[in-house]
Design a protein. Structure first.
Length: 724
């Protein structure tokens, strides 16, 4: 996700950028040097940016425009209703403005009944009655204003608030801070339902970030073991404060992405897809150049190496005043020196929080049902306060009987002292999945973590798996989650999935169901050790990789259904592809034709972008089940295949195939094609004179500058769209 510079909303109500999180309204004579001062410092210590009128000089009757502006720029207002609050017209005007902001801007309002009863405020009794006797005499010519003030007090008294009566001041201030934290979390643009213990952690993080200090740049590191909630905490804080910055960026999975694609890829993601970055050094210089005068918020999630920090966020001087950088990591040594980083060591959940989180996921309530309390406590104890384990176990045990709960507890107890207890605990949920759902779990863990949902569903469907039911099951079991448009699996669950595959054959990678490690793939392919057990292979290289693989490396892979390669160049060529293959993705394929695939093939999706193909095959090839063919930017491609040999093709993407000059005549009679894209095929001269393609919806011919004539469309083709 590239940095997105704030811009006006297209909606009628613009997105507000709050300057303050809390505005304090109080009667100075009553509480300025006591309760209000203690509350202000309590909120400040929680990291809550708070406005209070420092001077308190209620000169004249007019409230300054600056004070009204401060009210409008505050997300929450705390109104401290004390004995003499109503005697001040200043306070009453403030209150009226606060309630207007509540109605018009969505501001949260929290009344504090300090030494007064809510009913006295609502009905203007006691000291409030005495104050209004004076106002009615003083403003006898403006009775409407007095009535408006009465209405404001009645309205604020009806809101849920807190009372100082029978409550220690320190306890009251703590309750106010927790209530404000909860209200601040509700501003987020996505749901955090089910999070337990997050409020205090967010407050502590915001205290470290010191949001009120506009001249300083601040780096904060979140450290803790896997599954403890580092990413969740960083996400909540990020979404809660991002509106206060000129630009912001959350980069997830830094470790995984940098290993696969290199640091230059992440540098480009940080800046913009439009800024060319050739190497890490150039990326460092451009980050420093473009961001040094901007107030930015950056989150780097799952950092594992000092080079990642050095090349992405470097030093404080790289960023403009008021910038904040948040880093999550399992390696505390990366968060040094202390002059650069403030550290936040995220703690495990307490026993009460653990029980609540388990119950939220298992019972959709924060307390266990009758008969489940002792078993629930036992499971919580073995989960060790780790949120991920509690969520997964709770989701797994949802709507199960007490006997099944006891069985799960027994299994967990048996795992104590047997390797990684947490992974064994997570495996209980995996073991409860159906066979097809396990396959989807393993595919995501080994290949497709953090993939766009639509693309993932397509891959799984083309591979012959039920993507809709399967993904829904994994979501229900908390084994995957939505991250906006992507499906994400926690790295501990990824570790579990990969461990399950490694355990299939510890010593012989050629007998495992999935291969993703370059070392394992090179050995299996180079020594031709691949067996029928292999179902999927995924290997992506950020740079061209010269692979010393045997030309018959796929010969014995009778069960291979998924092959995804990027920038892999075969030194010895390739003799054949397996007939069971359903999905073939090979970006940068470096040979001029594909090898033969057996006639009984199962191929559904063929994607070879940026290839060196001049033609698809050197011989006749029938692909009866093929639905998708994507050869975009294959600049040497001159011809298309015979379309009557791919009768079920639905999508044909030939964008940027600049050498393509002809399309096989059978194209015009194809009965299943829905989308055809010839964008940028600048040497394409002719298409069939008439198209008898009733299924065709989209035909894109943009940039086909040598095309002599548009084809004639059959009269039954009602829904096609032609872009020229």
């Amino acid at each position: 996700m590239a940095l997105s510079v704030a811009s006006p909303s297209t909606n009628s109500t613009p997105l507000r950028k709050w300057k303050y999180e809390v505005f304090l309204s109080f009667r100075g004579a009553d509480t300025r040097f006591g309760f209000t001062d203690h509350l202000y410092n309590g909120l400040k210590n929680k990291g809550i940016v708070t406005f209070r009128d420092k001077e308190g000089l209620e000169r004249g009757e007019l409230i300054s425009e600056e004070l009204f502006k401060a009210i409008e720029e505050s997300l929450c207002a705390i109104v401290i209703l004390s004995q003499n609050y109503a005697s001040s017209t200043w306070c009453l005007k403030e209150l009226k403005k606060i309630l207007e902001s509540k109605n018009n801007l969505g501001q949260h309002v929290l009344p504090i009944f300090y030494g007064v009863e809510p009913s006295d405020v609502k009905r203007q009794k006691g000291s409030f009655a005495e104050a209004f006797k004076i106002h009615e005499r003083r403003f006898k010519d403006d009775k409407q204003q007095v009535q408006n003030w009465r209405g404001a007090l009645t309205q604020v008294a009806d809101l849920a608030g807190l009372s100082s009566i029978n409550c220690y001041e320190t306890e009251l201030i703590e309750n106010i801070a927790e209530t404000v934290c909860a209200k601040l979390l509700r501003r987020l643009s996505f749901s955090f339902d089910g999070l337990v213990g997050i409020g205090s952690k967010v407050a502590e993080m915001k205290s470290l970030l010191e949001m009120g200090l506009e001249d300083d740049v601040c780096f904060v590191g979140i450290w803790g073991m896997g599954g403890v909630g580092k990413t969740t905490l960083a996400s909540v804080v990020y979404e809660g404060i991002r509106d206060e910055f000129e630009t912001s960026c959350f980069i997830a999975n830094v470790r995984e992405v940098s290993e696969k694609y290199g640091l230059a890829h992440l540098q480009k993601e940080l800046l913009s897809p439009l800024i060319e970055i050739k190497n890490e050094y150039e990326g460092r210089e451009k980050i420093r150049h473009f961001l040094s005068h901007m107030k930015v918020l950056i989150v780097l999630d799952d950092v594992s190496d000092k080079r990642q920090l050095d090349n992405l966020v470097g030093k404080h001087e790289w960023f403009g005043k008021g910038s904040r950088v948040i880093v999550t990591t399992r390696d505390k040594h990366l968060l040094t020196p202390k002059r650069l980083f403030k550290n936040y060591d995220i703690e495990m959940l307490s026993s009460d929080e653990s029980l609540k989180l388990l119950c939220v996921n298992a019972f959709h309530n924060d307390q266990p049902e009758d008969g489940f309390l002792d078993i629930s406590k036992g499971i919580c104890n073995l989960c060790g306060g780790l949120p991920l384990a509690l969520e997964v176990m709770g989701s797994f045990l949802c709507e199960r009987s007490v006997f099944e709960w006891q069985d799960a507890l027994n299994r967990m107890e048996q795992n104590v002292g047997d390797g990684d207890v947490i992974l064994k605990t997570l495996q209980i949920s995996y073991d409860g999945l159906r066979k097809g759902d396990r396959a989807i779990f393993l595919d995501i863990a080994c290949f497709f973590n953090n993939m766009e949902e639509n693309m993932l569903r397509t891959f799984l469907k083309d591979r012959g798996l039920n993507s809709i039911l399967g993904l829904n099951m994994l979501l229900e079991k908390s084994l995957v989650s939505y991250n906006k448009t992507r499906i994400r699996m926690h790295d501990m669950l990824v570790q579990l999935g990969k461990t399950m595959v490694l355990d299939e054959s510890y010593d012989d990678a050629g007998k495992r169901s999935r291969l993703w490690s370059q070392k394992d793939i090179d050995k299996v392919m180079g020594e031709n050790e691949g067996g029928k057990e292999i179902q999927g292979i995924v290997f992506t290289s950020p740079k061209p990789y010269q692979a010393d693989w045997d030309e018959n490396c796929f010969a014995e892979m009778k069960g291979l259904r998924l092959l995804v390669l990027q920038n892999v160049h075969l030194l010895h060529g390739l003799r054949s592809l397996p007939s069971a293959l359903k999905v073939l993705v090979w970006e940068g394929y470096a040979m001029n034709a594909l090898p033969h695939i057996a006639q009984s093939n199962e191929l559904v999706s063929l994607m070879l972008p940026c290839s060196k193909l001049s033609q698809l095959w050197n011989n006749t090839q029938v692909l009866g089940k093929l639905r998708v063919m994507d050869l975009r930017h294959s600049k040497d491609l001159t011809t298309t295949p015979e379309f009557d040999r791919i009768p079920n093709l639905e999508s044909l993407i030939l964008e940027g195939c600049v050498s393509l000059d002809q399309v096989h005549e059978s194209f015009g009679n194809h009965k299943k094609l829905v989308k055809v894209d010839f964008t940028g095929c600048k040497n394409l001269m002719t298409l069939p004179s008439k198209l008898w393609m009733n299924s065709l919806e989209t035909l894109i011919l943009t940039g086909c500058i040598k095309l002599e004539n548009l084809p004639e469309f059959d009269e039954n083709m009602q829904s096609h769209q032609c872009f020229t």
